[in-house]
Ligand binder design. Structure first.
Ligand SMILES: C[S@@+](CC[C@H](N)C(=O)[O-])C[C@H]1O[C@@H](n2cnc3c(N)ncnc32)[C@H](O)[C@@H]1O
Length: 285
């Protein structure tokens, strides 16, 4: 059954908000990038720490808003145990289908993935024991509306988490104009460039208590290992070319530059990831 997602004039998003209109090829490429990103060690360490801080008990109901293809699911089940009840909402149909297949493949007893918007979550107040989002506030907002919604659907005393990254690559590059072009493009392509370092502010404004943030650094010395660096910095360049925000010659020059540095053993890249966890006040506090 198709669900109607309500919208509001103050809501905004970057290209991640319009994926249902895209043909299968770029969607397949995005799935490849999300998969590589999800398994990158620093992203994974950040996610696992954030999930642990949600203090999930056996049988807990947990919501992932903007769940995408469900890359968090294996960590979630490992940390919360097999009795966890996982709920995911996301507007992108192809991603939801991939998430359902992942849950089936992993044999997760209770996993429900349905269409939904983080700014208007299709569940009643206090329904979940905890909720989180990963790499969503960078793309969709306002963050204050999203966090207020996450707080609404979590029970009093329940925890809320978020993981975001700052889309700036500290990159080895002998051609500064290419590095500037790449990082400048990312800064303008995303909806909220400052989502990651602003998490504490958004959490506090949403009325959450005991807010803790942490920073992680992803670093690479090989383009292929882990596969995230090649997937993000080279494989997905055609998406930017196709969207008309990066000329083909510059995409080719950037890919050639990174591959040449890698061949000499001199490729280096790093970026920052932030997590935040806060608690919804108890009914009496
Ligand atoms: C960068 S992806 C992250 C997906 C997943 N959390 C992960 O870590 O792989 C951003 C996700 O936000 C989803 N999205 C876009 N607009 C949204 C909205 N209004 N509410 C919730 N999710 C949204 C996209 O469909 C996509 O799955």
């Amino acid at each position: 059954m198709e669900e109607q997602i309500q919208t509001s004039p103050e809501w905004g998003a970057d290209f991640f908000g319009t994926l249902n209109q895209m043909p299968p090829e770029p969607i397949g490429l995005l799935i490849h990038v999300l998969e590589a990103m999800g398994s990158e060690p620093a992203f994974r360490a950040a996610r696992r720490e954030m999930l642990r801080a949600l203090e999930l008990t056996p049988g807990a109901r947990i919501l992932e808003a903007g769940c995408g293809t469900g890359v968090a699911l294996p960590d979630l089940v490992e940390i919360a145990g097999p009795s966890v009840r996982v709920y995911g909402v996301d507007p992108t149909e192809a991603f939801l289908e991939a998430a359902r297949q992942r849950a089936q493949g992993l044999g997760v007893a209770h996993a429900e993935y349905r269409p939904g918007d983080i700014r208007g979550i299709p569940y009643p107040d206090h329904f979940f024991d905890a909720a989180f989002c990963e790499k969503v506030l960078l793309h969709v907002g306002p963050a204050g509306v999203a966090l207020t919604e996450l707080a609404r659907v979590v029970r009093p005393g329940g925890r809320i988490g978020a993981l975001e990254w700052q889309p700036h690559f500290a990159l080895s590059c002998t051609r500064p104009e290419l590095e500037a072009r790449w990082n400048g493009l990312l800064r303008h392509a995303v909806y909220n460039y400052l989502a990651a370092p602003s998490l504490a502010y958004y959490f506090k404004k949403a009325g959450l208590q005991d807010v803790r943030t942490r920073v992680y650094v992803a670093e690479g010395e090989r383009l292929e290992t882990p596969p995230f660096w090649r997937a993000f910095l080279v494989d997905q360049l055609p998406l930017f070319v196709g969207a008309g925000v990066l000329p083909m010659e510059e995409a080719e020059a950037l890919a050639a530059e990174l591959q040449a540095l890698d061949a000499e053993g001199c490729f280096r890249a790093s970026l920052m990831i932030w997590t935040a966890v806060g608690r919804k006040p108890d009914a009496r506090s």
